[in-house]
Write a protein that binds this ligand. Structure first.
Ligand SMILES: Nc1ncnc2c1ncn2[C@@H]1O[C@H](COP(=O)(O)OP(=O)(O)OP(=O)(O)O)[C@@H](O)[C@H]1O
Ligand SMILES: [Mg+2]
Length: 423
């Protein structure tokens, strides 16, 4: 017997039920309320699981943390090879861009581990909005090991680093980085899209160009949403020659299936092929969604004491994942629930639009994207925004939750409701 299922059998489900804190304090309207009512039927058992059981599922699927072991990184062999060749060997700077949850941090950390093994000094930090250029650079400079500098220069370099002001210029930083003589240094700046200050972006672009031109053995790898890099490249068109750019496109079918199998194996569960295909289809190549949907499906399976995750558990898992997301996004959640459940007619155009919004960056041609009519946009309005004239989801993780609810609605809703819209 599966060890989770085995222990779970003895738990008196109803007695252990108490609504978690966030459910009790968040009264976020109809969507949360409705979903809680339906979710509670399922959740009594799940929340009553011994915490060890649920914990093992959480840690096995680990949807909120970047990949820790290079062996767990699936489907990114090409991108790792491009970074190693471009940044490590050809000494370019790197840019990693992609949507939320697509695996940017996992990729850059894995790349960092490879380069670390090669004796390169790798410094990692996540950017914060409001950081000033001089403060950010001081933080990096202070982390460079003193063994990278001429021994008799160390005292002076330290003094100059300490004296750096918040409004330091790229030239001042170059003066210090040029002192790195005995190491190759790679500085990873994750969450670069959080930097909204144009001055900081402009200074970093200048610094990158100056570093390349002066042949200094320090490179940057910037990581973030694709839009963050437009200004960098626009402000220094010649910088493109010195940059290796890698995108975290949606993962292919086999990589997502492998992730789901890896995670399930860690908690001694298995997916049926139908359940794997369903979750893979809904995740649309996003490792974050695959892990999250897989985790909820697994919780549903162990609730029933089953070692196998079938289509019913997968569908229940999709609904649970949506309900959890809707608690944090109540208005968008309510709109998505309406369209998925057929309140505005067939949900197919909405699902098609959602799928096309998570298309591969390289084939992201605006003309090829599915669009919504004005009426359909109205139905989904709280979940949408208009960016540069293009209608898109306000929360980049929303499309898969919409598809998840459409897929589960197909199964649980009477066909009549789908084809005969309620006004
Ligand atoms: N190639 C991969 N193989 C297996 N799991 C992955 C892969 N890439 C990412 N993951 C998993 O997907 C989730 C999201 O990954 P990660 O945090 O790296 O994404 P991100 O793009 O940096 O997200 P954000 O935009 O929120 O910073 C994590 O649970 C991570 O473990
Ligand atoms: Mg990240």
């Amino acid at each position: 017997m599966n060890k989770l299922g085995g222990r779970n059998e003895h738990v008196p489900a109803l007695e252990l039920w108490t609504a978690p804190e966030e459910y009790r304090t968040l009264d976020q309207g109809a969507i949360a309320g409705e979903w809680l009512l339906s979710a509670r039927g399922d959740d009594r058992g799940i929340l009553a699981l011994r915490s060890d059981d649920a914990d093992l599922v959480y840690t096995s699927f680990d949807a909120s943390q970047p990949v820790d072991q290079p062996g767990d990184l699936r489907g990114r062999e090409t991108q790792v090879a491009q970074l190693v060749s471009g940044v490590l060997f050809r000494r370019n700077h790197g840019i990693i861009s992609g949507p939320r949850g697509s695996g940017k941090t996992s990729l850059v950390r894995t790349f960092g581990q490879y380069t670390d093994r090669d004796g390169v000094v790798v410094l990692y930090s996540a950017c914060d909005n409001g950081t000033r250029f001089g403060d950010l650079m001081r933080e990096y400079l202070e982390q460079i090991p003193v063994s990278s500098f001429e021994p008799d220069m160390v005292g002076l370099i330290r003094e100059r680093i300490g004296a750096l002001r918040s409004d330091a210029t790229p030239n001042q930083i170059i003066g210090l980085l040029a002192q790195v003589k005995y190491a190759q240094v790679i500085i990873i700046a994750d969450e670069f899209d959080r930097v909204s200050d144009p001055d900081l972006r402009w200074k970093i672009a200048s610094l990158l160009k100056l570093l390349s031109d002066a042949r200094i053995s320090v490179r940057f790898v910037l990581v973030g949403d694709a839009s963050a890099f437009d200004t960098i490249v626009q402000s220094h068109p010649s910088l493109t020659r010195h940059i290796t750019r890698v995108t975290t496109d949606p993962l292919d079918h086999d990589a997502i299936i492998a992730i789901l199998r890896d995670c399930a194996a860690r908690c001694e569960l298995t997916f049926t092929d139908a359940a794997l295909d369903l979750i893979e289809d809904v995740a649309c190549g996003s490792p974050y969604h695959a892990r999250l949907f897989g985790m909820h499906a697994s919780l549903c399976a162990i609730k029933g004491g089953q070692p196998s995750i079938g289509i019913d558990q997968a569908l229940a898992g999709l609904r649970r994942a949506f309900a959890e997301w809707a608690l944090m996004n109540p208005e968008a959640g309510q709109a998505i629930q309406g369209v998925a459940e057929g309140d505005f007619g067939d949900n197919e155009p909405y699902a098609r639009f959602a799928r096309s919004s998570v298309g591969r960056a390289s084939t992201d041609d605006r003309d090829d994207r599915a669009s919504l009519t004005a009426e359909e946009q109205g139905a989904l309005a709280p979940a949408l925004e208009r960016l540069d004239g293009v209608v898109t989801f306000r929360d980049a993780t929303a499309p898969q939750f919409l598809i998840a609810l459409c897929r589960s609605a197909e199964k649980i809703m009477p066909l009549a409701k789908k084809v005969a819209p309620r006004a």
